[in-house]
Design a protein around this ligand. Structure first.
Ligand SMILES: CC(C)(COP(=O)(O)OP(=O)(O)OC[C@H]1O[C@@H](n2cnc3c(N)ncnc32)[C@H](O)[C@@H]1O)[C@@H](O)C(=O)NCCC(=O)NCCS
Ligand SMILES: Nc1ncnc2c1ncn2[C@@H]1O[C@H](COP(=O)(O)OP(=O)(O)OP(=O)(O)O)[C@@H](O)[C@H]1O
Length: 198
């Protein structure tokens, strides 16, 4: 039976970088952020967002994610409501995706809010990626051309590393990329993943 590896970590810790390295071993990877972005373009989700947050968060029928982010990351209740719309749809989509990957011994489900959303309960193994907060902030500012304040707002909406680590099977400290790859190789060995999966 296919085992689900939950891969999590705070914003900017390097989850996607780590996920891509696992993928290079042929392990199927589901990136929840990316899939959620696509799912949020469906008519029913857009309608539900419009009902909750008003037409102002749309421009020419396209969701203005920056505007919505400003609302939800400044108001935990609004974030909870948005999560309530998006998370069940992502869960359903992942379950469909999983059905198409049942031949793989392992798949990876990558999500920043694996614990917060409760999805960790579906995982057989949990890996948390960590990095010092300041590195994470600087990485995201550089990657997204955003501000320190906005990154901190997202960090504040997420669990702390301590909490994540306490519920994880493995922790990857992603400071420099080469030691990170060695750590992933070590985990692959423990999980007995030596060869490319089908
Ligand atoms: C508020 C939104 C529109 C902002 O979009 P934006 O393109 O700026 O960010 P993106 O979705 O790419 O997320 C970037 C990072 O923000 C953080 N983040 C995103 N959603 C959440 C959340 N619900 N709680 C805490 N942190 C979050 C994560 O670290 C994530 O990796 C978007 O994040 C959203 O719809 N979030 C709620 C749904 C969700 O949880 N999606 C994530 C995976 S299911
Ligand atoms: N060890 C590292 N050293 C320097 N830069 C890194 C390292 N790991 C990742 N990065 C860079 O930091 C940025 C954030 O990494 P990545 O996108 O993998 O993080 P993430 O945890 O998936 O973030 P998010 O939660 O926002 O999705 C990227 O631009 C990535 O190239």
């Amino acid at each position: 039976m296919t085992k689900i590896i939950g891969l999590t970590g705070g914003i900017g810790s390097g989850k996607t970088t780590v996920a891509n390295y696992f993928k290079s071993y042929g392990i199927p990877v589901y990136i929840a952020d990316d899939e959620a972005r696509k799912i949020m373009q469906s008519a029913d989700i857009m309608e539900a967002i419009k009902d909750l947050f008003g037409a102002d968060v749309f421009e020419n029928e396209t969701l203005n994610r920056e505007k919505l982010a400003k609302i939800v990351f400044n108001n935990p209740e609004s974030l909870e409501k948005l999560n309530g719309i998006v998370h069940p749809a992502v869960k359903k989509h992942f379950e469909q995706w999983l059905l198409q990957n049942l031949e793989a011994p392992y798949v990876i489900y990558e999500a920043a809010i694996l614990f917060e959303s409760g999805r960790y309960k579906d995982c057989d193994i949990i890996i948390t990626v960590t990095a010092p907060i300041e590195s994470r902030i600087q990485r995201v500012i550089k990657r997204d051309n955003t501000t320190r304040e906005l990154v901190l707002k997202r960090i504040n909406a997420q669990w702390t590393d301590e909490k994540r680590i306490s519920k994880s099977d493995f922790v990857i400290e992603n400071i420099a990329i080469e030691p990170t790859k060695l750590e992933i190789d070590r985990i692959l060995k423990i999980l007995k993943i030596k060869q490319k999966q089908a």
